[in-house]
Unconditional design. Structure first.
Length: 476
């Protein structure tokens, strides 16, 4: 069932994601894409509106995938529709471009109505070809600011360039998110205003600072940093060539690790100091440095051969050619040998532990997946896997729900209209069959969604999933 006009959700239980309380047996009147009224069940007239029986259902804000890459894909609409069918009502695009920024300015992105809303968009990724020096990085972020980018995404720059561009970005008033370079002191990146760190580093970006062997780990990481050889944009086709190279690398970046990289990961784990980890967390809190752990992305890299990923039934949405490319990356992973794999397993356990510590110390967390490019990461489905990984790390059901809703609204500066179920806020909602404050499993039990005030029940959502599975439309 799909309802597009004024809607009354009758008799549901509203979950207050800020207080962690429940408001049972209420009516929600939705009109014009906004929650117009919340009142005791039965007190709101159903004249001129469609009614959905929400008794026994729990109403939460729509989910946000704060790290995804659907835009620019040939099948972007299908990926976004699949995300919507899993209850995602908003996403942060983590790879942009001048054409995407221009298309958004013209309102020509063509996002499907039944997919999530675009919450933030950067320009081109900062890499050696456009940020190899501080001068180049400054010029790039100024151009991106002028073009309307919401933030700067850093992927591969040197420590000195990162600290310098953070200072410039602060002066321009544009946030910076992304990866930490090898050898950097993450505390310095935080002090210089890094807004959000993705993937817990990656590598030893954070874990070095939580290790007793930090000085030697950071020194060796800096000395052994790989310089990605990239073409200049000065010849035709260079940008396309770079895109093809990155597409192969991002399937599973750990396949690029050298024995030295693996050794550094092992030493960070062997000399982990929880007191240092909590001190790093306190630094993040002081400087308002957010974390988007993307644990499911980290897991599919470091445990790439786990049947939970390679035999996942939800791979039914993914094109056969894409799965073949993921299997080729797994062959490279297999070639790294058991020593590397054992180190990755220990590292992932450490990353789960760090996530719990960050949550306990008050570091603000977002839910993200790196879907639409990363190996074994399925759009939509992967956010639910992220919920489970956060729970496995030790986060409470409420903390997981907040990361996917209220925290996202705070991060994007949209708390006035998003992130909680209140009158006057956007009617982007998920109806659940169980109490999400009791178990994270309830977040999977979707009875219906509301996106922009448009309601779809579970049967309609399943139909969307079946249609996409029938075409295996999702490529990466």
């Amino acid at each position: 069932m799909r309802i597009t006009g004024p809607l009354l959700l009758r008799g549901g239980t509203v979950v207050d994601v800020l207080s962690g309380g429940l408001r049972p047996e209420v009516d929600l009147l939705l009109r014009g894409g906004v929650i117009e009224r919340i009142a005791p069940a039965g007190s709101v007239s159903d004249s001129g509106v469609e009614v959905v029986d929400a008794r026994g259902r729990y109403v939460v804000p729509g989910y946000v995938d704060a790290h995804a890459h659907p835009l620019g894909l040939h099948d972007a609409a299908a990926a976004l529709q699949l995300m919507g069918a899993f209850g995602i009502t908003g996403f942060r695009q983590m790879s942009g471009s001048a054409p995407l920024l221009a298309a958004r300015a013209r309102s020509e992105l063509g996002l499907p109505d039944d997919g999530p809303a675009l919450l933030a968009l950067p320009g081109d990724l900062l890499m050696p070809m456009n940020a190899g020096t501080l001068d180049a990085a400054v010029a790039t972020i100024r151009q991106q600011k002028e073009a309307g980018a919401d933030f700067v995404k850093v992927v591969a720059v040197t420590p000195d360039v990162l600290l310098g561009l953070l200072d410039e970005a602060a002066a321009l008033g544009i946030p910076v998110a992304g990866h930490l370079p090898n050898g950097i002191d993450v505390r310095e990146a935080s002090r210089h205003g890094m807004r959000c760190i993705e993937h817990l580093g990656p590598g030893v970006g954070i874990t070095a600072a939580t290790a007793d062997a930090e000085p030697s780990i950071r020194a060796e990481a800096a000395a052994g940093a790989r310089s990605l050889k990239v073409p200049s944009f000065s010849f035709p086709g260079a940008a396309r060539l770079m895109g093809l190279l990155l597409k192969k690398i991002v399937i599973n970046p750990v396949t690029m690790n050298t024995p030295r990289d693996v050794d550094l990961l092992a030493r960070a784990d062997d000399t982990f100091d929880e007191a240092k980890a909590r001190a790093v967390a306190a630094e993040f809190v002081r400087n308002e440095t957010w974390q988007c752990p993307t644990l499911i992305r980290v897991r599919t890299q470091e445990l790439a051969d786990d049947p939970r990923h390679t035999a996942d039934p939800e791979l039914r949405y993914i094109a056969e050619a894409t799965i073949r490319s993921w299997k080729r990356a797994n062959a490279k992973y297999a070639g790294q040998g058991e020593r590397a794999h054992a180190t990755y397993r220990r590292t992932y356990d450490l990353q789960l532990r760090l996530t719990r510590i960050f949550d306990e110390e008050g570091v603000k967390l977002l839910t993200g997946t790196d879907s639409c490019g990363a190996g074994w990461v399925v759009p939509g489905h992967s956010l639910h896997q992220e919920f489970d990984e956060l729970a496995a790390a030790g986060l409470s059901p409420l903390s997981v729900l907040r990361a996917a809703t209220a925290n996202a609204a705070e991060f994007f500066g949209s708390s006035a209209s998003q992130g909680s179920v209140d009158e006057g806020k956007d009617a982007d909602l998920v109806l659940l069959d169980a109490d999400p404050l009791t178990s994270v499993d309830a977040l999977h039990r979707i009875a219906g969604t509301v996106r922009g005030g448009r309601y779809r029940d579970a049967a309609e959502l399943d139909a969307v999933k079946s249609r996409i599975a029938g075409t295996r439309a999702i490529t990466a």
